[in-house]
Every structure is written in structure tokens, then in C-alpha cells.
Design a protein around this ligand. Sequence first.
Ligand code: CP
Length: 309
Amino acid sequence: MQFHHKDLLGLKELSKEEILSILRHAQTMKEILMQDSKKTPHLQGKSVVTLFYENSTRTRMSFELASKYMSANAANITASGSSVAKGESLIDTARTLDRMGTDVIIVRHSSSGAPHLIARNVKASVINAGDGMNEHPTQALLDMFTMMEKKGSIEGLKVAIVGDVKHSRVVRSNIYGLTKLGAEVSVGGPSTLMPPDMDKLGVSVYHSVDEAMMDADVVMGLRIQQERQKSGLLPSLREYHRFFGIDEKRLKCAKPDALLMHPGPVNRGVELTSGVMELDRCFIDEQVTNGVAVRMAILNILTRGGRVE
Ligand code: CP
């Protein structure tokens, strides 16, 4: 196993070999996940806490279930239901959890760099479950796992990521991971939702979704992050859908067997029509399942200091 880090904070700092090692281990975990009895002793005696300052369904629940399937003591804490609401600082909150004997702290925060700050101040392993507009590494790992499962390999794939690129931490983690694994990545979306320096990340930038999706092997829609939007970036969601939303006609720009993916949650009728979400080549449900397998793999790797098969 090529992975010798205390924490998983982003894919920017991981090598190709480290990413592939996680994905290979996730395959073993997927086999366990698909069994009738999912209980394994991998994390027996370990304590895992999710510390979420932003809402989540998929990431938080999949970490919690992954921990429980692997026999860890799993607990959740949210900003609104904890002493954070009384004004306790991020570091003091994390140190408090650390001193209770927590082995892994999984953090989601609206500020970029919050998990990195915690990681420098606690003994526990820290996993970034999404920090501001920076990274969401476990989402990109499950996305890449799904692509490998369906296409065999990432090397040489043309991956189009379209939508609200500006506010997306998913896109950044995917770009770091996919380009290291040899994919050709294009991004597309309205110019108001496209940061000026995207081309510096080694991707092709388009202001037309149709052009970004041309001959793609994988099309990934990104959620319009209304909670992070300043007014004036979009005329309306209806206008967005008309010019940038993915429907069956627009999907024809990609290869006929292109995978359709989305990290979720989907704004139906905005990024994707309900019709394309019913297509056989739409793998959003598989992404959710694979999210549990990938998070089981990461928890096992971090709690064993990388000493896994
Ligand atoms: N994709 C994702 O991070 O979803 P949640 O916000 O539901 O965790």
C-alpha cells in the first residue's frame, strides 16, 4: 500500500500511486459491502467522529455507515447542536474531540483550509469532507472509482465536468485526481460561474456546455450552489437550464456510451432533467454506493497507517 499520511486533506498533495492504492483497496471494501452481512472487525476499538459545519446527506451518512459496518464507535456532531453554537472555536472543538480518544475526525466546513488547521492541532487523523470551494477528496475518489468500474481505466478518458465550476470543491478534487491518472478533462459553464485561472490546472475551459461535452466518455454535472451564489451570477435557474442544463439532446454531444454522473444533491430540472437521470447510463445511484466503499477504504488505511493489503 502506497499511503503514508496521517490525514486525507486533498488530492492535490497525493501521488498517482497513492490514489490508485486507495482505489484498489476500495474494490476490496466494495466486495464486503455487497455481502448480505456487512459487519467486519476492521475498525474494532477505533472511534470515528463526523464534525460537520455544513449540511450533508451522502458524505456524512456514508462515513457513519462505513464506520459502523467496520465495527468502529461512530458519533456525529453538528455546529448547530454543539458548543460551536455557544461560540467555541474550531480548534478548541477539535481538540476537545481529540482528547476524548477519537481516532478519526471527519470535517466539513465552509472555510477553505479548516480541516488542514485542525489536522495541525490534533493527534487524530483528519479527513476533509469538503472545505469551502477548495476540495472534496472523498467525492472525487468515489467518482474515479465509479469511472474505473464502468470504463476499466481512467487513463485516456475524456471527462467533461459542467455547471457551477466557480463554487465547486468537487471539480477541484476531480481535476487533481483525474489528470494525475491520465484523463483529459474539460470544464464548461457560464462565464460568471467559471474562475479565471482554471486553465492553469491543466484542463480545457469552455463557456459552452455542448463544446465541453463533445466526444466525452464521462459527463459530470455539477450542482448550482445557490447557498454560495452572489446575486447577479445567473439571470434565473430557468435560463441556466435552457443554455447549460443537460437533457437528452445536449447529451448527444458526448459519446453514445458516455457515463452520466453528478455528485448530488441534484437540482432536478436545473443541472439535469429527470429524463436523463432515468437513463441506463446515468450512474448517480452507483456513485452513492461506491461512496460507502471508498470511505471504508480510507478509514481502514488511515487507522492502520497505510499498512493494509
Ligand atoms: N456530494 C455530496 O457531498 O453530497 P452531500 O452534501 O449530501 O454530502
